[in-house]
Design a protein around this ligand. Structure first.
Ligand code: M6R
Length: 614
């Protein structure tokens, strides 16, 4: 996830762009850069690291006055976070500069063709390909808008592109497919950006762009075409919030924002990993097929929320691969002399990629010569660097200390790994993998439906201001969901909260139940063996003892509804995918309750986002 801005108008472009980038830095802070046009020349400045590095560079070496430019703050995907990989990228003749958000999936082929034509690449990014393609189109006599349209038709994947041409004064061109881009309409000036936050201090008038559209802005005009050259209708709107909210893109808390980002984060984590025929492609799996075939045990190691994602993954991985899978808390793993050897696949899960316990577990596993796959959200962090392979979750930066989109994308990445193992070991037919992948690809839309119905959960949370204790129960994959729901509540609402395997209730925890105690129950989808009915029985048992039951069950589950004091309906999904939708109301409940109590939702007491000490 990156932040992109373009500006044309009478004011100093560098300052406008830098201010805009500052408000989009949450979108990525691996590197940043600016390109402006001055006296018919392109001038670029870019720097690895946070925006402050670029600001210092511009302080030391200011760019010339300009009224037309583009800027970028990067969250690295292809190519490490270095100065050369920072955007903007320029064509070989230095005529055009481009900034990019997204992934050009076919860049390897495009790059090979360009290199065969003699183009020398400066970076390891997929984005630089676009700069050279644009340069070539411009050199053939096309104008920037036409060049952009033609180039976009060559690209596969998701992208927002914003380009500036040294020979096109007062003009910026952009394009979008599956990636955000909005026009800010000012008085005698116009903006293009990934997020309205970047220009909100200048204008609250915006234009929404559609899929596969190209836009050209000058100080007085906005022109939108489809990729194939037809005039496109535009959708102007007025932004109904102001600068003070901009830092969190309109949300009052990063956590709330991150809860709502889950459909996109899930889609991004799937992006580029599924061939059109439904075959999985995990290009990052640097462990060869023979080694994967020799694996006789999988050990998942992680902490906190990532550990809960691992617990869920175990059910799916064992079901799909029939390989025994253990899940271990990282801080326990290395001190118990675990049985790990070269045929054990160790899978570590970490959002930050810096958690010390998880890192130590990796070192221990590698000392035993076990291959290690990291599932991680942070490009280039220590954990992926020290692992044999990495599957990145493309959740974008997660700023709220309570992990939300980190969790759901970790589950998706684990599922991709499980299906990949089944595929590569020949344990599932291609059409079986394709069908599961197709169902997984429907999850982002199902998440959107859950998000659209959260008002009920907000009301529920507001009514719980005096609650001292909350229990969560579930079976099968619903059990780790219960654990995660309880952790969210502990972390940010400071309430006593416990998650239990519903079948364990009668072995002790049911003694905690007293009249009025809120108990969330995650009910499995109907029609799957006896799991559903067993959880319903557990709900009845606690209700008979006076508990106040909040039941999460799939739409149309009349039986679940009978025993619910409050019913939260979930979309109909396969059992293994239910955690991806069931966790959302629980995250939201914790967020709303903490907010209603006046707590700092994003920075809860005693916690830090990344735990780098053991
Ligand atoms: O960065 P990691 O995923 O390795 O972090 C692991 C845990 O510290 C983390 O999940 C923690 O439990 C979160 N605060 C949970 O919301």
């Amino acid at each position: 996830m990156c932040g992109i801005i373009g500006y044309v108008g009478p004011r100093p472009a560098v300052q406008i762009i830098m201010d805009g980038l500052r408000r989009m830095e949450y979108r990525g802070y691996d590197s940043a850069g600016v390109a402006v046009v001055s006296q018919g020349q392109l001038v670029v400045s870019k720097k690895a690291g946070k925006l402050t590095n670029l600001a210092a560079e511009l302080g030391a070496h200011p760019l010339p006055d300009s009224h037309q430019g583009v800027g970028h703050t990067r969250w690295a995907t292809h190519g490490g976070p270095t100065d050369v990989n920072a955007h903007p990228h320029c064509s070989a003749d230095g005529r055009v500069a481009v900034v990019h958000n997204g992934i050009i999936e076919n860049f390897t082929v495009l790059r090979r063709d360009l290199e065969a034509d003699g183009v020398v690449f400066q970076s390891q990014t997929d984005s630089e390909t676009v700069a050279h393609l644009l340069g070539r189109a411009l050199a053939s006599g096309l104008d920037l808008m036409t060049a952009m349209r033609q180039v976009c038709q060559l690209l596969e994947g998701a992208f927002t592109l914003v380009a500036v041409d040294a020979q096109a004064p007062g003009r910026i061109v952009a394009a979008r497919r599956d990636s955000p881009l909005v026009v800010g309409v000012g008085q005698g000036e116009n903006f293009l950006a990934s997020d309205v936050a970047s220009f909100i201090e200048h204008t609250r008038d915006a234009i929404e762009l559609g899929q596969d559209q190209v836009v050209e802005i000058t100080p007085d005009q906005v022109r939108v075409l489809t990729f194939d050259g037809r005039e496109a209708p535009t959708k102007p709107y007025r932004i109904d919030w102001d600068l003070s909210a901009a830092e969190k893109a309109g949300y009052d808390w990063f956590m709330r924002k991150e809860i709502y980002e889950q459909p996109q984060a899930a889609a991004d984590t799937l992006l580029g990993r599924i061939d059109p025929d439904g075959r999985l492609r995990l290009d990052e799996m640097r462990i060869d097929r023979a080694r994967l075939r020799s694996v006789d045990k999988i050990v998942i190691v992680a902490c906190g929320t990532a550990y809960h994602a691992g617990l869920i993954a175990k059910y799916a991985i064992e079901h799909w691969t029939r390989i025994p899978c253990e899940v271990e808390i990282a801080s326990e793993f290395r001190y118990r002399d675990p049985i790990v050897n070269p045929s054990t696949l160790v899978v570590t899960i970490s959002q930050s990629g810096e958690t010390a316990d998880t890192l130590m577990a990796i070192r221990h596993a590698r000392e035993q010569h076990a291959p290690v796959v990291a599932i991680c959200n942070t490009n280039g962090a220590t954990i992926p660097r020290e692992s044999d392979a990495v599957i990145y979750t493309h959740a974008g930066p997660e700023i709220g200390v309570a992990s939300t989109k980190g969790f759901t994308t970790q589950i998706i990445a684990c599922y991709l790994l499980g299906l990949y193992l089944a595929q590569e070991r020949g344990l599932k037919f291609g059409d079986e993998v394709a069908e599961l992948v197709r169902q997984l690809a429907e999850v982002p839309d199902q998440m959107r439906r859950v998000l659209a119905g959260l008002d009920q959960v907000a009301e529920l949370a507001r009514g719980q201001a005096d609650t001292r204790s909350v229990l969560f129960i579930g079976r099968h994959v619903g059990y780790p969901v219960a654990l995660e729901g309880a952790l969210k509540l502990k972390e940010i609402s400071y309430l006593h909260a416990e998650g239990f395997a519903a079948g364990e209730l009668k072995h002790g925890p049911i003694a905690l139940v007293e009249p009025g105690l809120p108990i969330f129950a995650v009910v499995p989808p109907q029609g799957r063996d006896s799991l559903h009915d067993k959880v319903i029985s557990n709900v009845q048992e606690v209700r008979a003892r006076g508990a106040w039951t909040i039941v999460l069950a799939e739409e149309g589950d009349l039986e679940a509804g009978r025993w619910a004091d409050c019913l939260i309906e979930l979309p109909v999904v396969p059992t293994l995918f239910q955690p991806l939708v069931a966790i959302i109301p629980l995250q939201f409940f914790a967020c709303e309750l903490a907010a209603s109590k006046g707590y700092d939702v994003d920075q809860p007491r005693n916690l830090a986002k990344s735990v780098t000490v053991e």
